[in-house]
Design a protein around this ligand. Structure first.
Ligand code: SAH
Ligand code: TMP
Length: 406
């Protein structure tokens, strides 16, 4: 249980979050009594350099026909994927006319719709049936399944090997990542590329954005850990690019070893990570001190506002907010409600702390004195949209990189 999922060596404990519910486990009142909790602890392996959960709930508990996260709710992410699509199709690996693209965790088709609209041969692998159905209804070829041995064989038998395997915000969700890399090796064409992006450990450490840690995020990757992992399968990390999405992500480019020349970016990031201490358990221990401080400051601020009789609401019921609310023990006494645009979350309660989730109109009609910005990774988009809230005297509370009122 406390062994590195890559190297098998014992993990060094970094932080114990205690009992946590599922990040996306929005719940109705009648289910409060059988709500699921698990012990959430994160640790680091000095050999593989992988930052990881000790234990995670079974994937079937998290990804199913009622999965609450719909990628296309964010305009900003739609643009992000569209722009990257335009870059990707210029890559050497996609030059051939019959190029075949596989996407792992394709959700509602936010990325694949770009390929589909240009008639690329494509296949999305998506286990959460509700979101996959949206993609299917939009003529995006999608298989409702986890990416695993069976799916990989299905791909080989029905489509052949892939020119591009793409994945965003999903590889870090997959506990058996060694099996995933073995399957990538198997289904990637000789000149093919495997490109994926996930929240970056470097940003989490720099900004103390500990809310990136929840059940679905089994790993927080770095250049060090991905380089190590790829090399176990005779694959090679040949390029990487930092992204501003999801509060700071890294995009990794992987090929069969020796097929593309490693770019200077890799060496540059490795040195950067050494400076940040991402390869060193002793330095990473500082993260614990920073989390404790952030927690203390947020709770103190909310208690002070309550004492003054101020109304505080949450803005966006993100999965990330589940970690914060449960670690800090913040319930509806401190935050009256959380508004969110996702229908499946509305009229339910936040996981663990049971704060009511309201729709967006409720926020518009019941402006609080303060709104805690849980979707801080969409800050630009939201601040632009919510000028009226500020005009009417509302204030934002942010907690990344520091707790403050803005
Ligand atoms: N790529 C999208 C969705 C990210 S959410 C985006 O960046 O917005 C993660 C998605 O991966 C969910 O839709 C989830 O159902 C899916 N997923 C989780 N485990 C998976 C697995 N083992 N194989 C394929 N998809 C998986
Ligand atoms: P994410 O941070 O994982 O992308 O989740 C975003 C959540 O925030 C999702 O539930 C939708 C919600 N949201 C809003 O309620 N309003 C907004 O303006 C945005 C951008 C997101």
């Amino acid at each position: 249980m406390n062994k590195c999922k890559i190297s098998g060596r014992p993990l060094n404990k970094i932080f114990d979050f205690g009992k946590q519910p599922l990040g996306n486990g929005f719940i109705t009142k009648k289910n409060f009594i059988n709500e699921y909790f698990f012990k959430m602890v994160v640790g680091f392996c000095n050999e593989s350099k992988m930052f990881q959960l000790y234990f995670q709930p079974s994937p079937n508990k998290m990804f199913h026909k009622n999965y609450a996260f719909y990628s296309s709710t964010s305009k900003h992410m739609k643009i992000h994927f569209r722009n990257f699509f335009k870059t990707l199709i210029k890559h050497k690996a996609l030059k051939s006319k019959d190029a075949f693209i596989v996407e792992i965790g394709s959700n509602d088709g936010i990325m694949l719709k770009n390929f589909a609209s240009k008639n690329y041969k494509h296949l999305g692998i998506e286990p959460s049936a509700n979101v996959a159905k949206i993609a299917k209804n939009n003529q995006i070829n999608t298989r409702i399944s986890f990416f695993n041995n069976e799916t990989s064989n299905f791909i080989l038998n029905n489509y052949g090997k892939a020119n591009l395997i793409y994945a965003a915000n999903v590889i870090c969700h997959i506990p058996n990542i060694k099996n995933l890399f073995a399957n990538i090796k198997k289904i990637l064409k000789n000149e093919g590329i495997f490109v994926f992006e996930d929240p970056y450990l470097g940003d989490v450490i720099k900004k103390t954005s500990y809310d990136q840690i929840y059940d679905e995020h089994v790993y927080l990757f770095s250049i060090h850990s991905i380089k190590y992992l790829a090399s176990l399968y005779n694959l090679e990390l040949f390029d990487a690019k930092h992204q501003t999405t999801h509060g700071g992500s890294m995009r990794y480019y992987i090929c069969h070893s020796g097929n593309y020349k490693p770019l200077k970016s890799i060496q540059k990031y490795l040195s950067h990570e050494k400076k940040l201490g991402l390869d060193n358990f002793k330095k990473l221990k500082k993260f614990k001190i920073n989390i404790d401080k952030s927690k203390f400051e947020l709770v103190a601020l909310l208690k002070k506002l309550k004492k003054k009789g101020k109304i505080v609401a949450g803005y966006a019921a993100t999965s990330k907010s589940t970690t914060i609310l449960n670690l800090c023990n913040i319930n509806s006494e401190l935050i009256s409600y959380i508004s969110d645009t996702t229908k499946d979350k509305q009229n339910k309660y936040s996981p663990g702390m049971h704060i009511p989730i309201k729709n967006y109109d409720y926020f518009k009609n019941n402006y609080p004195d303060y709104a805690v910005l849980f979707a801080w990774n969409h800050q630009k988009e939201i601040f632009k949209k919510e000028k009226d809230f500020i005009k009417k005297g509302g204030k934002w509370i942010i907690f990344v990189p520091k707790v403050k009122i803005v």
